[in-house]
Design a protein around this ligand. Structure first.
Ligand code: PMP
Length: 355
């Protein structure tokens, strides 16, 4: 056994539980990782194949062409965009770029399970602020949790795993009350699925507030979870800091070209997002008709606040051929996928309510 000591902080690191891996060809619907159920478009597969012949070379370190295309699509300067190996890695780089040891990072809880891990690994201390019973972030309480030691606040909108998006008026009040030297990270991993007209517009918040950083990803709406491409949008000075803190060559050549091809096919991919949103409504309506109390969802998943029954319900789902994600003692997150998966899920939930 190795006698090399590990960093003490690792001992308390909460686990990041990956969704179960489903063998290719298995009948189960995998609704446990908020993935896009649809395979890449032929044009994206072709881009991946074309890129494969160059993998003896290092990729473009800063993913220049992709960054320029992202910037153009958002109407921001290319200097403001930093690409990385999934937005979860980019979050780590953002925190590493701003946190000194012992700084505080305010975060909602329950929220994305990678947050406490990323905060701890950045050498900072997480300050958790409970999410309301309606699954909404309590931005007022989060603003109150900011102290002179706070370096950053994580705002997950829509919130994983509970579903609602932050409203524009709430965000405006929040940003007005947080000091301008505290970084506000708006994690918009699911932004393309938002349909709530009152939801905050992250890009507008970024335009108006120099301490706002956006985090976005190609994993969800664009269906490239397996290729790991995410990015941050920040003021050029902050972006340069995030780039400096990033893993060199963090986005592979294959991933860069696939993401570019996905941006070119954006209209078609966003139509798929539209059908997932339709399924989301069908799932929420079906659950509510069965008597379930579920929070609003503006993302590609739905939250079932099952408390102590979470694990048992998830096991029941697995038996029925649909994999979902339990958070023991709290609830179950069900990703929205194909219509057949919604049908099956609603059968299990109807059965469960009749117990
Ligand atoms: N942010 C949130 C809120 C998420 O739910 C996820 C994925 N589960 C991510 C970021 C990370 O996505 P990726 O690393 O695949 O870009």
């Amino acid at each position: 056994m190795s006698r090399v000591p590990l960093r003490k902080a690792l001992a308390d690191l909460p686990p990041y539980v990956p969704g179960a891996r489903v063998p290719v060809g298995a009948a189960a619907f995998k609704l446990s990782s908020n993935e896009n159920p649809y395979p890449p478009l032929p044009s994206v597969v072709a881009a991946i194949a074309d890129a494969a012949v160059d993998v003896n070379r290092y990729p473009d370190m800063y993913a220049t062409e992709l960054v320029e295309a992202i910037a153009a699509s958002l109407g921001v300067a290319p200097e403001s965009v930093v690409a990385g190996c999934g937005s979860v890695a980019v979050l780590g780089h953002v925190l590493t770029a701003v946190c000194e040891a012992g700084d505080e990072v305010v975060l909602p809880w329950r929220s994305f399970e990678a947050y406490p891990i990323a905060v701890t690994l950045a050498g900072a201390e997480g300050v958790r602020v409970p999410v309301g019973a309606d699954g909404r972030l309590d931005l007022e309480a989060m603003a109150k949790a900011v102290t002179s030691r706070t370096r950053a606040v994580l705002v997950c909108t829509p919130n994983n795993p509970t579903g609602p998006a932050v409203r524009a008026d709430e965000l405006a009040r929040f940003l007005a009350s947080v000091p301008s030297d505290v970084l506000v990270v708006l994690d918009e991993a699911y932004v393309e699925f938002v349909r709530d007209e009152e939801a905050a517009d992250g890009l507008a918040a970024f335009a108006d507030n120099a301490n706002v950083v956006l985090l976005r990803t190609f994993s969800k709406a664009y269906g490239l979870a397996g290729l790991r491409v995410g990015y941050a949008v920040a003021r050029p000075r902050l972006a340069a800091g995030i780039r400096a803190a990033s893993t060199p060559f963090g986005v592979s050549h294959v991933a860069q070209l696939a993401a570019l091809a996905s941006l070119r096919a954006r209209d078609e991919l966003l139509r798929r997002v539209g059908s997932i949103v339709t399924e989301r409504s069908r799932m929420l309506d079906g659950l509510r008709r069965q008597g379930w109390t579920v929070p609003d969802s503006q993302a590609n998943f739905v939250w079932l606040p099952l408390g102590d029954h979470a694990t048992a319900f998830a096991e029941r789902c697995t038996h029925a051929g649909v994999l979902v994600r339990p958070f023991a003692g709290d609830g179950v997150r069900v990703s929205v996928g194909e219509p057949e998966a919604t049908d099956l899920l609603l059968e299990v939930t109807a059965d469960w309510s009749r117990r």
